[in-house]
Unconditional design. Structure first.
Length: 53
């Protein structure tokens, strides 16, 4: 949604394969998760996201 309007529709898989708001937000969230792991000093890699359809 963008300013209350639906701007894209589809499954997670289809939405991450095309440029748009969903892909931008998904990448932003993935970066946040990676940064959380780095800052925690765990030495572990970021886990793969779990997506149930």
């Amino acid at each position: 949604m963008d300013q209350g309007r639906i701007v894209q529709r589809g499954t997670h898989r289809s939405l991450i394969q095309e440029p748009g708001l969903y892909l931008d937000m998904f990448r932003s969230q993935q970066g946040s998760i990676s940064n959380d792991f780095d800052q925690a000093g765990s030495g572990r890699e970021c886990p793969e996201p779990v997506v149930s359809l």
